[in-house]
Design a protein around this ligand. Structure first.
Ligand code: TGC
Length: 398
């Protein structure tokens, strides 16, 4: 370590947080430093998912931490965001796990499930004893869920699901999959029109459900993303989520996950900046530390400016969310900005590290590679630009 004052010398985010939020920050940061950082380079290199950490994350209270009841912590939106930032400072894959479990799978059950479904699944998921996944995206593309082909057919008092999903985080490890499918029910009893999109809770042990990890990946290597095949998956009538009809059901969950990314990506950015500052003070070229050069200082300054803007935007969105006043277009602004700027910051940090920056001795290439996934899932840059564009103009350009 060096004596370089670091990011906090310019700007003190902590002063804007409550005691409760600071407590979450301290605890999740300690977990990340003790349990993720020491092993992540090796895990990432070997494409190894460290399953035992899931239970530890449950014990820490971060799985579904922003939900209330059913063993969930009932934390505020900013506390959840801060936790995402700290986890992603370790690795995007671990923040992704918390997003998939808490913001997507648990949130779908919490928002749209029956009381019985909530009692059955949520306490075990909050504790980290059960894993969930969220199966929306299909092989033909993720940007247009309205083109969904997976079908749920009513057969007597059962549902039968057929179709395929792709890029589904944790699917091969999950106990339950939240599967979105187009209901083939001419009676119209399960949604206005015969083809409403509905959610189903599918225990992954159900015959006909297969999840296969997608390999090899050059990103998110310490995490698991899968193809899912649904071949005549038979479910009881009460497997349907009663509270969601239409695409607004899954989109409401995507809002939660996208919000977490607004904060999380800034964690990868902070980690990249910290290592660049450290290196600037210790690496000497032309007889002095590289941080004494104007070009290096300009890079560091620009990185910190974007980091601070990103965190302030995340905090603003968090406070709006806590008041119930956040809109999807605002979340799009945050997701677009955070991931785009975090990627630029990681690349700039790599340039400050020189050749060493491409090695596994430093985290920046891992962050940059992971952020390519984060940039693509939960709405690409282009999708968020078009959501913002539609809000600005009132014109749909999809
Ligand atoms: P549109 O006509 O705009 O909307 C259809 C219905 O949905 C409602 N809605 C929303 N509700 C809540 N939150 C939002 N953000 C919403 N956006 C739309 C809307 O009000 C409407 O409701 P209703 O009741 O009137 O029917 O639908 P559209 O097809 O025109 O939407 C266009 C677009 C591009 C915005 C949408 O398709 C979109 O967001 N596309 C991107 C989808 C996406 O993010 N895909 C990636 C999924 S990532 C994933 O599945 C897991 S990744 C993590 C992992 O598993 O590892």
């Amino acid at each position: 370590m060096t004596d370089a004052p670091g990011i906090d010398a310019v700007f003190d985010l902590d002063g804007l947080l409550t005691e409760d939020e600071l407590d979450w920050q301290r605890r999740v940061r300690a977990f990340t430093q003790e349990r993720i950082v020491p092993v992540i380079e090796d895990d990432w290199e070997r494409a190894y998912f460290r399953r035992e950490l899931v239970k530890e994350l449950g014990d820490l209270g971060v799985l579904g931490m922003h939900l209330t009841g059913y063993g969930c912590a009932g934390a505020g939106a900013v506390a959840y965001g801060v936790a995402c930032l700290e986890l992603e400072a370790g690795d995007s894959g671990w923040r992704t796990l918390v997003s998939v479990q808490g913001s997507l799978a648990m949130s779908a059950i919490h928002k749209h499930g029956s009381e019985e479904q909530k009692q059955r699944w949520l306490p075990g998921m909050a504790a980290g004893d059960l894993l969930g996944c969220f199966a929306l995206t299909e092989p033909q593309g993720g940007s247009d869920p309205a083109a969904m082909r997976t079908v749920a057919r009513r057969d007597g008092d059962q549902w039968v699901l057929d179709g395929a999903k792709r890029w589904i985080g944790l699917a091969s490890l999950a106990d339950v999959a939240v599967v979105w499918a187009r209901v083939d029910d001419p009676s119209g009893a399960y949604g206005e029109g015969a083809k409403a999109v509905r959610g189903f809770l599918v225990p992954t042990s159900t015959p006909g459900f297969t999840a296969t990890p997608i390999e090899p990946k050059r990103s998110m290597r310490a995490s698991v993303q899968c193809d899912i095949a649904l071949d005549g998956v038979r479910l009881p009538a009460d497997a349907i989520l009663p509270g969601a009809s239409g695409l607004s059901g899954p989109f409401a969950c995507l809002n939660e996950a996208r919000y977490g990314i607004v904060w999380g990506a800034m964690g990868a950015a902070r980690s990249s900046i910290e290592v660049a500052i450290e290196r600037s003070a210790t690496r000497e070229v032309f007889g002095r530390p590289i941080g004494a050069n104007q070009l290096t200082q300009a890079k560091l300054a620009d990185m910190v400016v974007e980091y601070e803007k990103g965190v302030l935007l995340a905090l603003h969105l968090g406070r709006l969310k806590e008041r119930g006043a956040i809109t999807p277009a605002q979340i799009s602004v945050g997701k677009l900005n955070s991931v785009r700027e975090a990627l630029k910051i990681a690349h700039e940090a790599r340039s400050i590290l020189g050749g060493d920056g491409i090695t596994g001795a430093f985290p920046v290439m891992r962050h940059a590679a992971n952020l390519e996934s984060v940039r693509t899932y939960e709405g690409t840059d282009e999708i968020h630009q078009l959501v913002i564009g539609r809000t600005l103009t009132g014109l749909d350009a999809f």
